[in-house]
Design a protein around this ligand. Structure first.
Ligand code: BGP
Length: 490
């Protein structure tokens, strides 16, 4: 579809940027905070790039006022951040830590004082360690109750200040990385356990939304899903079928549950045959069907291309990265193991590189049109307003001799993606906002501090925290103009 003239971004469009607690806050045991599973996992030798961790991160916990001042200077309309559960409940449940709550209240107040709409993420991957230790975290149904208690505390405290709430960030990513690929906590490699934990998280999501309806009746809530559209490698019918399988297995498996309260039939049947489908108790489906999100949060970095598996070629043959260890960061590019039940997708599809797309230095395909395709597919199937909760470019930014950061490549990346959002809006898709990842540079979970995403450079590296000075990059001033003009000047 070609448009002679693009529609404007709607008035009130939420131009924003995003972050997550563990990646920015630091102060990992300050003011009564308990440990999360990430505080423990990053200390296991060999798990993160050069042993980097979030103990200090970019020290947002102590410098949030300076960060909010920069957001205000940029004219940001919205800021998405996550709450660290272990700041609110150091032991995961039981006694509330008032100082932790106060930190988020101060942050929210500072945002509101600058007309910046907070988007609060309840869970960005950091379940309290004590819950992992005592009952294996998301593998136990007790986590549903504890998560609900934690959410209720936040709902009550911030119901008059926060309108937009995100339940789970990228459930597809943290379950795969944590329970299958051993590259996130809890460091498990067991597909059956992954699907079971995932089911418990679905129930926790539904329970939280149910509570939300009575406590925050005027608020809006939804999950943030890591969505990548799946392409067929070519028009060979078996490859087209493989792409259908891929879309269902990688995406609908979660999204159908969030929106329609049911698992996609074909994938469920496939997992049942392999003996790895989740165990569903009688009232589970009723609970899942009783709630619906108000919007879909969409995290978009790239999609995937698949074809039918001929069982002779490896799925990673065409992957080019600057460092082999980066492959471990991408669930889409993982090499399958042998056993059927450990590789349920093996007979459904196999991932291949897309010959039409360039890649970032970390091997992530760059595909702005994929974002328009994503929005179109999601609108068709789920028909909910969409908030883009993440999208951005990880790059090796360098300071010039003058101390500036000339990140034109990031501007190009963001501009081309925003342009595709505008195309999608003109197509008729309901997009309510765009949060670039990220506002400041921050800790990349597995890739340390040198993989930078921010509009604001943080002067620290993998070895040293230095002074943690904040320096707006060229992209900061570019995005400021985009916001000021409501997307007219791109
Ligand atoms: C998403 C996460 C973010 C962020 C981003 C970039 O999956 O929700 O928290 O980390 O990816 O990923 P990375 O840091 O691996 O480059």
């Amino acid at each position: 579809m070609y448009h002679d003239k693009l529609d404007s971004f709607p008035p009130g469009f939420l131009w924003g940027a995003a972050s997550a607690a563990y990646q920015i806050e630091g102060g990992w045991n300050t003011d009564g905070k308990g440990a999360s599973i990430w505080d423990e996992f990053t200390k296991i030798p060999g798990k993160t790039y050069q042993g980097t961790n979030g103990d200090v991160a970019v020290d947002h916990y102590h410098r949030y006022q300076e960060d909010v001042r920069l957001m205000a200077e940029m004219g940001l309309k919205t800021y998405r951040f996550s709450v660290a559960w272990s700041r609110i409940f150091p032991d995961g449940s039981g006694k509330v830590n008032e100082k932790g709550l106060q930190f988020y209240e101060d942050l929210i107040d500072a945002l509101l004082a600058n007309q910046i709409e907070p988007v609060l993420t309840l869970y960005h991957w950091d379940i309290p360690k004590s819950l992992q230790d005592s009952y294996q975290g998301w593998e136990s149904r007790q986590a549903i109750e504890d998560f609900s208690q934690y959410c209720q505390v936040l709902f009550h405290r911030f119901k008059d200040k926060v309108t937009y709430w995100v339940t789970f960030n990228e459930q597809n990513v943290f379950t795969a990385m944590g329970y299958r690929w051993q590259s996130h906590p809890p460091n498990v490699a067991d597909v059956k356990r992954m699907f079971q934990a995932n089911h418990v998280i679905n129930l926790a999501n539904a329970t939280a939304i149910k509570e939300f309806r009575s406590i925050v009746p005027n608020g809006k809530i939804g999950p943030s899903f890591g969505y990548g559209p799946i392409y067929s490698y070519d028009c060979q019918p078996n490859n087209v079928l493989a792409a259908l399988n891929g879309e269902e297995f990688q995406n609908h498996w979660w999204l159908d549950v969030y929106v329609h309260g049911k698992y996609p039939k074909v994938t469920f049947r496939h997992l049942e045959r392999l003996g790895i489908a989740p165990t569903i108790e009688p009232s589970d489906m009723e609970l899942l069907q009783s709630v619906k999100p108000d919007f879909l949060g969409v995290n978009y970095y790239h999609g995937g291309t698949v074809r039918v598996n001929d069982f002779n070629t490896s799925s990673t043959t065409n992957v080019s990265t600057i460092d082999k260890s980066f492959e471990a960061t991408d669930p889409y590019l993982m090499q399958p193991k042998d056993e059927q039940a450990q590789n349920p997708e093996k007979t459904m599809f196999t991932s291949v590189a897309n010959p039409y797309l360039e890649k970032t230095k970390w091997g992530w395909e760059i595909d702005p049109v994929g974002l328009r395709i994503a929005l179109r597919r999601l609108q068709n199937r789920y028909d909910l307003p969409m908030l883009i909760t993440e999208n951005g470019l990880g790059a090796l930014d360098e300071k010039t001799n003058q101390g500036t950061i000339e990140d034109d490549y990031r501007i190009n990346y963001l501009q081309s993606h925003i342009h595709e959002i505008q195309q999608a809006i003109t197509d008729g898709v309901d997009v309510i906002g765009y949060c670039a990842w990220s506002f400041t540079d921050l800790l990349s979970w597995l890739n340390g501090y040198k993989k930078r995403y921010g509009f604001v450079y943080i002067d620290r590296d993998d070895q040293s925290e230095k002074q943690l000075a904040r320096i707006p990059k060229k992209s900061f001033y570019w995005y400021k103009k985009v916001i000021e003009s409501n997307g007219k000047i791109l």
